[in-house]
Design a protein around this ligand. Structure first.
Ligand code: 3DU
Length: 271
């Protein structure tokens, strides 16, 4: 499987509003020569300590990552405004796009509210689950994203061992044929023009199959490297574009060296 070829769009200006999320993350990947997205999932019951630790990890890893991913647990711990001021603002100043791992999966009006709120706070992309469907599900999320040059990434196969029970289930869709659920979701991501799909790094065979289905240019985001057992090299060789890494970086006594070693592992120059 050929590795993803990156390019810098001719009109890249560093202006978030005029460049698509996909091009912004690609530009950061080229600049920092990395496929690694930092998942900032720290926990602490003391919000000011949580904020300080999160900022320290971002500061340490900033030159070795191409984006930062925030989970709902950090938003619950700090509140959205604090996340915006203390994490998103510095990330934007460093030209690092921010992804909200909201796993949106509700009916249209609440999805719409959540997506709009996250985008207004400064997030550049949201992760959603295709199980919500299009009509009065994710249609409004894609519309809001498109109007603001934001991204929607669709969860296609999770990284945990239990994921198989649902994502590999064979189902019949419109064309009458039976396919695994993850293949149906991958096709929906293409039809809806998602800016990427999320496939666990622990599943290199599934990554290969998804890469086969989406072709060479759709970005594949792979969480589960390190702490969950996924190997960066295997995921990239199978076709992953970006690696989402949390504990292997932020729980390390030396997050910078840890981020550097993930960067070096699969492919030091993703261009
Ligand atoms: O296992 P780590 O500590 O590297 O964290 C992985 C991150 O990716 C974490 O934020 C989690 O919510 C997210 N994620 C998965 O781990 C697996 C998925 O299928 C989707 C997202």
């Amino acid at each position: 499987m050929p590795r993803t070829v990156y390019y810098v769009p001719a009109d890249y200006t560093n202006e978030a509003s005029s460049v698509s999320f996909r091009d912004r993350i690609q530009a950061a990947a080229i600049r920092n020569r990395t496929r690694t997205i930092l998942a900032l999932d720290l926990e602490d019951h003391d919000p000011s300590r949580l904020m300080r630790k999160s900022r320290e990890v971002l500061e340490a890893a900033k030159d070795c990552i191409c984006a930062v991913k925030i989970n709902r647990q950090l938003v619950l711990g700090l509140g959205l405004k604090t996340v915006a001021d203390s994490i998103l603002k510095p990330a934007t100043d460093l030209s690092l796009p921010a992804i909200m791992d909201a796993k949106l999966n509700d009916v249209g009006h609440t999805n719409e509210f959540m997506a709009r709120t996250y985008f207004d706070a400064g997030f550049d992309a949201v992760i959603a689950s295709p199980t919500a469907g299009w009509e009065n599900g994710l249609d409004s999320v894609f519309e809001i994203a498109r109007s603001g040059n934001k991204g929607v990434l669709l969860l296609t196969y999770m990284s945990n061992p239990g994921a198989e029970a649902f994502y590999s289930l064979r189902a019949r869709n419109g064309d009458g044929g039976e396919k695994p659920v993850f293949e149906i979701m991958t096709r929906l991501a293409m039809e809806w023009e998602a800016q990427g799909v999320v496939v666990g790094a622990t599943q290199p065979k599934i990554i290969s199959r998804v890469r086969q289905l989406v072709g060479p240019t759709m970005p594949i985001y792979s969480p589960g490297v390190g702490a969950q057992g996924g190997k960066p090299g295997e995921a990239v060789d199978a076709g992953a574009t970006y690696l989402i890494v949390g504990r292997a970086i932020y729980a390390s006594p030396d997050p910078k060296t840890a981020a550097l070693s993930v960067r070096a592992a699969p492919d030091p120059a993703p261009v």
